[in-house]
Every structure is written in structure tokens, then in C-alpha cells.
Write a protein that binds this ligand. Structure first.
Ligand code: ADP
Ligand code: MG
Length: 365
């Protein structure tokens, strides 16, 4: 199986292992769309692919029909987000239009929602001293990250030369983006990218989706609780009928078939993880991962192997996991705390470091 799908599936398996601890044997019915309804527990489990990753949903619902319908709405929302908003590959998306207008003195009109998202990303870039930077599209392209990290196609990979990296880096830099907000006369927000610059929202897309999914679930009748996993990003929402906590396992980067510990959560949370073991490729015995340091143009080396952020809001949690991976524990903890998020680092030597607030939720195993 393709590399990234394998690790994502592994993560999901871990999650369900945790969720299913101590359960009775499952009696399940196959749903029309391939999901599984478990009448004794009132759960609907469904696996799909969206946003270049595997998604799994477990919905605690009053009945199979409503669960199935809501599951369908979850998938539709993810598809819509990708197609209309976030994907740089899809001609119909807002990000595609923004990138296509790079260098245009007139800039590109953007929706209020997109302007808000971009504004937050630009602010995070400043607060992370440029470690997090959505303007690194030219750099992610020379590394061909989409090919091996998203499509799992590692054949023919070679790392870019220092010259190629350097020339890509010249096209990056959040400080060179101008975002004009809606003015008093009601005109639309506009973004101005310099020639050659390309946005890549890969570091926040799944987090944006988690927050939108929480909103969607809030609007539904007939669902009491849900866990939705988009690759390494997980939303817990509502509650289980038996009142027990959500259990989310944190993968051990040194052995991705096991976990370093478990988070016990109640209600709505977003759990975002960035790690060097999630998506990577090997060339001449060297391993390259997909989180790039804008200071060097190469995969980040901060001594961190995995970072998990626990936050109420998805987009910032996702952005922070990427930023903290690059910044390392000291600066990363300060940054997470500035956003009111909890953070846990798994270091190269296996050491676990976490914010004080995280200790309440995390149990080592
Ligand atoms: P994942 O998408 O596997 O959950 P992340 O959330 O950490 O992992 O996002 C990594 C993705 O973000 C990369 O595939 C790339 O598209 C983009 N990216 C890589 N480096 C950076 C960076 N320094 N700042 C912002 N985005 C980045
Ligand atoms: Mg991220």
C-alpha cells in the first residue's frame, strides 16, 4: 500500500483500538454506502478518502438512517472545502485563483472567510518567527511534496539542489504578502502576492475542516457524539451515550504500531499532530519528511519527531502543530501558550515534553 496511506491507516487503527477498549463483541450491519452500523452501541462507522488522506467517522446517533445521512454530509463538506476553497490543484478553488493572480498589480478578490483565514496564517507566521509560512508553495513544489506525501508516489524522487532550493525560497515570505480588508465602501477584501509566490495551505487545511465539521454537527438533529479523523487531525464532538470519555492515542514515532500515551477528553476538541514519520521519502539512505524549514529550504531538524496540539479551534491547532515541530519545545511551548493551546512533544531520544495543561489529559503507556 502507498506509504502515507499506510501510516494514516495505522493511526486510525490506533484510534479505534482506544475507542473500543473494553467493548462487547460488535454486531454490525453493512450500510448502503459501505459504512457500518452497530445497533447495540448506536454507532455508525465510515471510512472514506478526502483532502488527500483517509477519513474515518464514528457517529453516535439515534438511528442508522440519520447517522448515514450525517456521514454523507460530512464527506460532502470536505469535498466542497477542497474544491471551492483550499486546494491549490483545483481550478475551481479560491487558493488556485489567488495563486494564478500572483504578480498581478490588481491583486485577487477573496471571500471574507478566506481573508480571515489568511490573516490568521500571516499572524502565525510572524509569531513563529517565520517557521510557519503558507507562502512556501514554490518550495513545496521543488521538493515535489505532493507527489510523495499526498499521492504516496516515491519512485524517481531526488532532493532539490541547493540552487533549486535557494531560487524557490526567493519566491517565499509572508512578509511580502499584502492583504487588504473590506473597506468602508463595502468593496471586497483583496490579496496581493508578488510574482512567483504560491500559497500552500496544506498545514492548516485539515484543521479548517475540523472546525467546519464541528459546526456542521452542531446543526444536525439526531447525533449526540462523534469522532472524526482526517489523517493525523482528529475532532471529538459531543458525548457518548454511556458518558465515558473520548480516548485518542498518540502514536510513538519510533514505532508507529504503538502509542506513547492516550489523551482522555470530554466534549469538543481538536487534536492535531505533525510528525516526521507521517509522510516521508528516502533517497540514498537519507530520509526526507514534509515539514520544511523556511530558513533552510530543507526538512526541519529541531530534534522533534512528533508534536500534538490540543485546541478548541481546528485551524490554529493544525497550524501550531506544524510551527511547533519546526520551533522545538522551548519556543513551541511559548507559542502554543500564546494561543491558549496545549502541546506535547516527542523528541528524537524518546523524551516526552508537554505543557502543564496537557498533563491533565495525557496518560503515558
Ligand atoms: P499533515 O498535513 O501531514 O498533517 P502538517 O499539518 O504539519 O502535516 O502540514 C504539513 C504540510 O504543510 C506539508 O505537506 C506542506 O504542504 C505544508 N508545509 C510544509 N512546511 C511548512 C511550513 N514551514 N509552513 C507552512 N506549511 C508548511
Ligand atoms: Mg499542521
Amino acid at each position: 500500500m502507498k506509504l502515507f496511506l499506510r501510516s494514516v491507516l495505522l493511526g486510525i487503527t490506533m484510534l479505534f483500538c482506544c475507542m473500543g477498549c473494553g467493548r462487547e463483541e460488535m454486531h454490525s450491519e453493512e450500510g448502503a454506502s459501505g459504512g457500518q452500523w452497530n445497533p447495540s452501541e448506536g454507532t455508525w462507522q465510515y471510512t472514506d478518502t478526502a483532502m488527500g488522506t483517509v477519513i474515518t467517522e464514528t457517529l453516535y446517533a439515534g438511528g442508522q438512517k440519520s447517522a448515514q445521512e450525517i456521514g454523507g454530509r460530512v464527506s460532502a463538506l470536505l469535498e466542497q472545502l477542497e474544491q471551492e476553497s483550499l486546494s491549490w490543484r483545483t481550478e475551481t478553488s479560491e487558493v488556485y485563483r489567488i495563486n494564478a493572480a500572483a504578480g498581478d498589480g490588481e491583486g485577487c478578490p477573496v471571500s471574507d472567510e478566506m481573508a480571515g483565514l489568511l490573516q490568521e496564517c500571516l499572524e502565525l507566521s510572524g509569531k513563529s518567527e517565520g517557521a510557519f509560512d503558507i507562502t512556501i508553495g514554490a518550495l513545496t513544489r521543488v521538493w515535489n511534496i505532493d507527489k510523495w506525501a499526498r499521492e504516496g508516489e516515491t519512485e524517481g524522487f531526488r532532493p532539490p539542489s541547493p540552487e533549486e532550493r535557494e531560487s524557490a525560497l526567493e519566491k517565499c515570505g509572508s512578509g511580502r504578502v499584502r492583504l487588504e480588508w473590506v473597506t468602508g465602501d463595502g468593496s471586497q477584501a483583496r490579496i496581493y502576492l508578488p510574482e512567483g509566490m504560491q500559497l500552500d495551505l496544506g498545514a492548516v487545511g485539515k484543521g479548517v475542516a475540523l472546525s467546519r465539521l464541528a459546526q456542521l454537527l452542531e446543526e444536525q438533529q439526531g447525533v449526540d457524539g462523534a469522532v472524526i479523523s482526517l489523517g493525523g487531525s482528529i475532532l471529538t464532538w459531543g458525548s457518548k451515550p454511556d458518558g465515558s470519555q473520548w480516548k485518542v492515542g498518540i502514536i510513538d514515532p519510533a514505532d508507529t504500531s504503538s502509542q506513547v500515551g492516550i489523551l482522555s477528553l470530554e466534549g469538543q476538541w481538536c487534536v492535531s499532530t505533525s510528525g516526521d514519520y507521517e509522510r516521508y521519502v528516502e533517497f540514498d539512505g537519507v530520509r526526507y519528511h514534509h515539514i520544511l524549514d523556511p530558513a533552510t529550504g530543507a526538512p526541519g531538524e529541531s530534534g522533534v519527531r512528533g508534536v500534538t496540539i490540543l485546541s478548541k479551534e481546528g485551524m490554529m491547532g493544525d497550524g501550531l502543530s506544524t510551527a511547533c515541530f519546526l520551533l522545538g519545545p522551548q519556543k513551541g511551548m511559548e507559542l502554543a501558550s500564546a494561543y491558549g493551546a496545549e502541546v506535547l512533544f516527542v523528541m528524537e531520544d524518546g523524551e516526552i515534553m508537554m505543557s502543564e495543561g496537557m498533563e491533565k489529559y495525557f496518560r503515558e503507556i
